[in-house]
Design a protein around this ligand. Structure first.
Ligand code: NAG
Ligand code: NAG
Ligand code: NAG
Ligand code: NAG
Ligand code: NAG
Ligand code: NAG
Length: 774
């Protein structure tokens, strides 16, 4: 207990660290005649149209933050730091002039100024929130991109840059993004265009592009960002996922009809090695809260990355005046996600002391050193390893030598030394084994310098400027909701504060059957491929099977599909034990519904992984030749395996599958549903096909409700989701009363492992199954 109390004390003093940005700008005039007397800063500052918060009560190192309403930004800067002399740090414009009072200004979007062969309207320099700019093309030219764009809360535009093109040249017209000016209007192979941004805006992406032999423009698209505008987390997530899925989605040749993401990987199927280097800025300008947010975001990122099917190792570096290794890639456990996360959590960022420098050079040099070491030692594998460097920073590097020089060394090491150099252009598209991403956070980042560090690849974005660290967490969390990620069993994790936004159950569907008159019958089901839904057989009356048009499938946020066919398991027979006085018999209670139209896969509609399939092998990160039995062992490794199901309002509930000797106790509770006259033995009624959940003599679990039938009983493994059962029936119905389940409440589910030959028979065309021995 003593030690804990001490830790808290130490933590509190951390807040005294003052931002480097401001410290370095202080001049003699800030220390007039206060002598050495400690004095607090005023905590009654104000801002018109907004509010002010303080990290402490105005003591030295306390941080003042101005806040404005949505759609507004703080001018000129949003944070100030209290000096030892009791003065808030000065606010200055780019030209050094001091500003006495901060104000809230309305967010604005820089206008598109240029549209070749077309008209843009209205013509003005800036647009206000909600205002629209419209575009049209002259005869003979067709419009690519948006015909109208709206200025958003973030100071960015909806849609994409409009271009009027007639396809007459080798390369298509590269367009001119909002706020930018382009020189060069010839688009033949070898010809160049240059971009610059209007005064006051920073250019991100490539400032010069050349029309390549391949009739594409080199580098990445330019964009112009105003000092007060930031990337919206969802659009950053989309761009990041689009780029990263190219890196990650290398190992799924099992997926039939897989789209290519335009990146050809040199990585062989069995040697997909991915090294991730995460560089965290812990210099003085980051408060303890911000460090925690950066750490949480990193945590989220690692969890997301872990759900991809690539073997990855992590290096995590914290950098201030010096760089410290949190996790070494050469450590034997650098691929163990749980271990990596623990190292990150355990890292005490006070090891940097009150040092305020930002030595990105030193951090990158560690990366270089590791790569050189790996190259020298891992004979053969190095040329098949991808390297992804993620730099997170809230400022510009102000200590040490140029980070760019180290990146040049890294490129050299990978054999990318003379890329496009002779043409004086930056284009890293050919650098298949290297991606450098930068996340700049806050208004103090030096966008120009950070832009020189990132990879510039065609059709991809590697630099993101975010407003605050919280946004970084959002980016990584939303990344996998991108529709480019179509692998099975990937879902967002529920965050308590935004339950409606998260989509934690993309495979889950509702099935509604409306036959003749009467109430529609409701069941649940799961997407197992883009054309097939797995559910329970008892959901369908014979009329529904004959009339599949009456069966509707609702997926995602209310999209509807119609059944083309309903296939019941041939051994399902509800009256199968009538002769033994069992009214309803649910053995083989599974059905497949073929849709009359494919589901468009997205973050809100994605299949769950079915065990004993190739995609499940990849998701479990098991060898492609692994057996069905190995899947079963990996998924049910305990006597009581934790599993989940969805009920009322799609909330996830935890339960436990009772296996081994515990199963017997569990199924005993099914007896209450049998009449005294029955001659059926319990195991005839609860056959080997059933999984049993709901609790044991020691505890109880939540149970399913009427209407949950057909839904998935699923597990989480390796940050992916696997369906192991189909919800069939329960011995108690307590949901209608709202009472807690009685001690003997149990649920029964058809095990996926018991119906594999049937699943393979129908799904085998779309899903590759492992050899099934029964
Ligand atoms: C001055 O700052 C310290 C530390 O931030 C705080 O504890 C104290 O209450 C402040 N004094 C006044 C008079 O506000
Ligand atoms: C832009 O705003 C107009 C009018 O406010 C609206 O009708 C239109 O749907 C918006 N367009 C987009 C792409 O948001
Ligand atoms: C990597 O290097 C090894 C050994 O030098 C070679 O056999 C292998 O083909 C190389 N792989 C690639 C993808 O270049
Ligand atoms: C370097 O340049 C030479 C000649 O221009 C070219 O043949 C070679 O492929 C280049 N090497 C790399 C790694 O790009
Ligand atoms: C699917 O079924 C619905 C309802 O019967 C019908 O309107 C639709 O045209 C069908 N779609 C296809 C692709 O067959
Ligand atoms: C269901 O089982 C009963 C009793 O064994 C049998 O009479 C009936 O034919 C079976 N129905 C089907 C469709 O197999």
């Amino acid at each position: 207990m003593q030690a804990c109390a001490l830790t808290v004390l130490c933590a509190a003093s951390l807040l005294m660290i003052s931002p480097k940005e401001v410290q370095t700008q202080e001049t003699a005039e800030d220390y007039d005649d206060y002598g050495d007397l400690p004095k607090n800063c005023s905590v009654s500052e104000s801002i018109a149209g907004g509010w002010v918060s303080y990290s402490e009560e105005g003591g030295e190192g306390s941080v003042l933050t101005y806040h404005c309403e949505a759609g507004h930004y703080v001018y000129p800067i949003s944070t100030r730091v209290c000096s030892a002399t009791g003065e808030w740090s000065a606010m200055r414009l780019a030209n050094g002039r001091r500003v006495a009072q901060a104000t809230c200004k309305e967010m604005q979007c820089p206008a598109q100024l240029q549209l070749d062969n077309g008209e843009l309207w209205p013509r003005q320099q800036w647009f206000r929130l909600g205002e629209m700019q419209e575009f049209s093309c002259q005869d003979g030219f067709s419009l690519r991109g948006s015909a109208e764009r709206n200025c958003t809360l973030w100071g960015t535009w909806t849609g994409s840059t409009p271009v009027c093109d007639d396809q007459a040249d080798d390369c298509s017209n590269p367009g001119t993004p909002p706020g930018a000016l382009r020189t060069g209007d010839r688009f033949r192979v070898g010809e160049k265009v240059q971009y610059r941004c209007r005064t006051g805006l920073d250019l991100l992406g490539s400032s010069e592009r050349v029309c390549l032999e391949s009739r594409e423009w080199s580098g990445s698209e330019a964009r112009c960002l105003a000092p007060f505008t930031f990337d919206a987390p969802d659009s950053a997530a989309l761009a990041m996922a689009g780029s990263l899925s190219g890196v990650m989605d290398v190992t799924s040749p099992e997926y039939k009809k897989r789209e290519s993401f335009g990146r050809t990987m040199r990585i062989g199927k069995d040697h997909n090695h991915l090294n991730i280097y995460i560089l965290l800025d812990t210099s003085g300008s980051i408060s303890k809260q911000d460090f925690q947010k950066a750490r949480d975001a990193t945590n989220a990122l690692i969890c997301k990355l872990a759900s991809y099917e690539v073997n990855m190792k992590f290096q995590i570096i914290s950098y201030a005046t010096e760089a410290k290794e949190i996790m070494k890639i050469t450590h034997p456990l650098s691929s163990n996600v749980a271990y990596v996360l623990q190292e990150l959590v355990d890292f005490d960022y006070t090891v940097h002391g009150r040092k305020t420098g930002t030595n990105l050079h030193a951090a990158l040099n560690i990366v270089y050193g590791k790569m050189a070491f790996l190259k020298a030692s891992r004979d053969g594998k190095f040329n098949e390893t991808q390297h992804v460097i993620l730099i997170m920073t809230d400022g510009h590097s102000n200590t040490g030598r140029s980070p760019k020089a180290v990146l040049a060394n890294i490129r050299n090491l990978l054999g990318y030394s003379n890329q496009s150099k002779d043409r004086g252009l930056e284009d890293h598209t050919a650098e298949k084994l290297l991606d450098v991403y930068v996340f700049g956070v806050g208004e103090n980042v030096n966008k120009k310098e950070l832009n020189t560090l990132t990879s510039k690849k065609r059709g991809e974005q590697h630099i993101f400027i975010l407003k605050e660290y919280e946004d970084l967490g959002k980016v990584f969390d939303e990344m996998i909701s991108d529709s480019a990620v179509t692998m099975c069993g990937i879902a967002q994790e529920a965050a308590n504060d935004k339950p409606n936004k998260d989509y934690t159950r993309p495979w889950h569907v509702e099935i509604m059957t409306r036959i003749s008159s009467g109430k529609p019958q409701k069941c649940k089901g799961s997407i197992v491929t883009e054309n097939w839904i797995l559910t329970a057989a008892h959901c369908f009356k014979p009329e529904a099977i004959e009339n599949p048009g009456s069966v509707k499938i609702v997926h995602g946020r209310g999209e509807e599909k119609t059944a083309d066919r309903v296939i019941m398991h041939p051994q399902y027979n509800i009256t199968g034990l009538r002769h033994k006085k069992v009214k309803e018999f649910y053995d083989y209670d599974v059905a497949l519904v073929k849709l009359n139209q494919s589901i468009k896969l997205s973050g809100e509609a994605r299949p769950i992984c079915l065990p004993c399939t190739k995609p499940a092998s990849s998701a479990l990160k098991m060898d492609p030749t692994s057996s069905c039995h190995q899947h079963e062992k990996a998924l049910f490794h305990l006597e009581e395996t934790p599993a989940l199901f969805l009920t009322h309002g799609f909330s996830r509930k935890l339960t436990h599958i009772q296996t081994g000797s515990r199963r017997e106790d569990c199924i005993k509770q099914a007896r209450v549903t049998l009449t005294p006259e029955t001659t059926a033995h319990l195991t005839e009624f609860v056959t080997d096909r059933f999984l049993c959940t709901g609790g044991s003599e020691f505890y109880k679990d939540t149970i399913t409700c009427k209407g949950d039938s057909g839904g998935s009983l699923f597990l989480r493994k390796k940050y992916r989701y696997f369906q192991v059962g189909v919800v069939s029936w329960g011995n108690r119905d307590v949901c209608s009363t709202g009472d807690p389940p009685p001690d003997d409440a149990r649920d029964f589910h058809i095990s996926i492992f018991s119906v594999l030959p049937w699943l393979k028979q129908h799904l085998g065309q779309e899903l590759e199954f492992l050899p099934i021995t029964s």
